[in-house]
Design a protein around this ligand. Structure first.
Ligand code: PEP
Length: 253
């Protein structure tokens, strides 16, 4: 059975006092996760180990970095290596969020290297893909996402691929309050799975968790997650409100 994941992306929000309270409020809800259900918190880098201390005792709760660098180590002031994340016990890292692609010019090729760095260090990358509005309006979303997958993932072995999580995030739905319809989400998730099945195999593709991201809220999570190829969500805004993220975790299949 595929992992079902509610992944929070705090982005560059919250002080540590606010973040700690948010985590504590969510944990206080005492949600008991099934074996295949996971709640992951993508926190700002200064909070990684602090947040890990708060969640580490709870099974199936984990902390994620929001980014890492594509180089192993060296003179890259301000950057964070995957090995550094691994050395402090971090198990997940978001890779290729559309905000990183847009504001920091991250290319598909650079993201392929980031995935390599994560996998070398036993970190599960949450690899983001998705199309901007003009591409959706032109009806070219399938080929756009297919190219992102090909250029960033297709060098991986089947076993490596099985250690990654994919987040399909239509850019026009991120932070806009516009959510993809369940039909649009299911269609794209099925497309992602078909692209992986063609390159690898149907059984490999069937093992990959594909999260939906783009204005997932407490009132639409259940419906989105009920789609057969949607295995949870990557959640920005609504992950900053304890009651909302609790409901989103409870909406996992
Ligand atoms: C995101 O940050 O990946 C995201 C999907 O944000 P939001 O839920 O706010 O649209």
């Amino acid at each position: 059975m595929r992992k079902q994941i509610a992944a929070a992306n705090w982005k560059m929000n919250l002080t540590w006092a606010q973040g700690k309270k948010l985590l504590q409020d969510i944990l206080a809800a005492g949600i008991s996760l099934k074996d295949n259900q996971h709640a992951i918190f993508g926190v700002p880098s200064p909070y990684l180990t602090l947040a890990d201390v708060v969640v580490r005792e709870k099974s199936n709760y984990a902390v994620s970095a929001q980014n890492c660098y594509d180089k192993k180590s060296g003179a890259y002031t301000g950057e964070i290596a995957a090995e550094m994340l691994q050395s402090v016990g971090i198990k997940y890292c978001i890779v290729g969020h559309s905000e990183r692609r847009e504001y920091f010019n991250e290319s598909n090729q650079m993201l392929a290297e980031k995935l390599n760095r994560c996998l070398e260090n036993g970190i599960t990358p949450i690899f983001c893909c998705g199309e901007p509005l003009p591409v959706r309006e032109a009806g070219a979303q399938n080929s756009h996402v297919e190219l992102q997958l090909k250029e960033s993932l297709f060098h991986l072995s089947a076993d490596q691929l099985k250690s990654i999580v994919i987040a399909y995030e239509p850019i026009w739905a991120i932070g806009t309050g516009k959510t993809a319809s369940t039909e649009q989400a299911q269609e794209m998730h099925a497309c992602v799975r078909a692209v992986l099945a063609e390159k690898y195999s149907a059984s490999v593709a069937d093992e990959i968790s594909i999260l939906y991201g783009g204005s997932v809220k407490a009132n639409n999570a259940k419906e989105l997650f009920s789609c057969p190829d949607v295995d949870g969500g990557l959640v920005g805004g609504a992950s900053l409100v304890a009651a909302d993220f609790i409901t989103i975790i409870q909406s996992l299949k």
